[in-house]
Design a protein around this ligand. Structure first.
Ligand SMILES: O=C(O)CCC(=O)C(=O)O
Length: 254
């Protein structure tokens, strides 16, 4: 490829902790992804382990809220995370090879889709360095009503904020002291059309409202990449994942 101006992308990313490309993908590509997603939900998700398929209401299969690790279960999504311009942008801002870690579906079903608590992804990643990014692709129109993403500009330049259990399935931790003057002053919201693409630093604070619409969903895909030089604290990471799985089962959430 590419049409990207790498220097501009890097300086914007380094300064703000995120970039928005509006849109990264054409309407046709988004339609194709949505068709593949529908196929995945119908044919693949029923065979995926419980801890990788979350519902707002476990007894109502129409309330799917998150699908985890989609690229490990399906070739279409494997190709999307490995061979698309999404990875290209990740490598530009990371300035090294980007290794795919997760491909997630994030939905907020109408009326019941819960808020995404303010958090920093790196807090869960347990990396020794923080060279990791999350990309986010809107599959439909997103705005304040159905729960668009908000970033706190420049928040990647500070240390991690304290996190505590959030009680929101799929987002186990939220920042406990969120909402100070700096957070408010630097919050930027990202409404957009289908195909809107966001990428953020692992330390950038982000959050979203719940879905207040009675009729519209809020569908998006998330792509996590670590820089190839990232060192994972694997033991701590695996222990945390096991603990979460156990808790979700105990609470009958999955
Ligand atoms: O889609 C959302 O509401 C949250 C996404 C998110 O937190 C992420 O991609 O890291």
């Amino acid at each position: 490829m590419s049409d990207f101006n790498n220097t501009d992308l890097q300086s914007h990313f380094d300064e703000n902790g995120y970039i928005a490309i509006n849109p990264l993908f054409s309407d046709n590509k988004i339609e194709e992804i949505k068709i593949e997603l529908t196929r995945y939900i119908k044919e693949v998700a029923p065979k995926v382990p419980d801890h990788h398929v979350f519902y707002e209401n476990k007894d109502d299969k129409s309330t799917i809220k998150q699908l985890q690790q989609m690229f490990t279960y399906d070739d279409y999504f494997k190709d999307l995370i490995e061979n698309s311009s999404i990875r290209e942008v990740a490598e530009i801002v990371l300035r090294e090879k980007a290794e795919p870690q997760n491909l997630q579906f994030f939905n907020k079903p109408p009326g019941i889709g819960k808020p995404t608590p303010p958090h920093q992804d790196g807090y869960y990643f347990m990396l020794k360095k923080h060279n990791a990014v999350t990309c986010w692709l809107a599959l439909e129109k997103v705005d304040e009503e159905n729960g668009c993403i908000h970033y706190v500009r420049g928040s990647h330049k500070s240390e991690y904020r304290p996190h505590g259990r959030s009680n929101v399935l799929g987002f186990s931790q939220g920042i406990t002291d969120f909402g100070n003057d700096n957070d408010k002053k630097n919050t930027v919201s990202f409404p957009g059309e289908p195909g809107t693409f966001l990428i953020h630093n692992a330390k950038t604070i982000h959050w979203a409202e719940g879905n207040k619409s009675r009729t519209r969903t809020r569908k998006a895909l998330g792509f996590i990449y670590y820089g190839e030089s990232a060192e994972i604290n694997q033991e701590a990471h695996d222990a945390y994942q096991e603990k979460l799985k156990k808790e979700m089962k105990e609470k009958n959430l999955i």
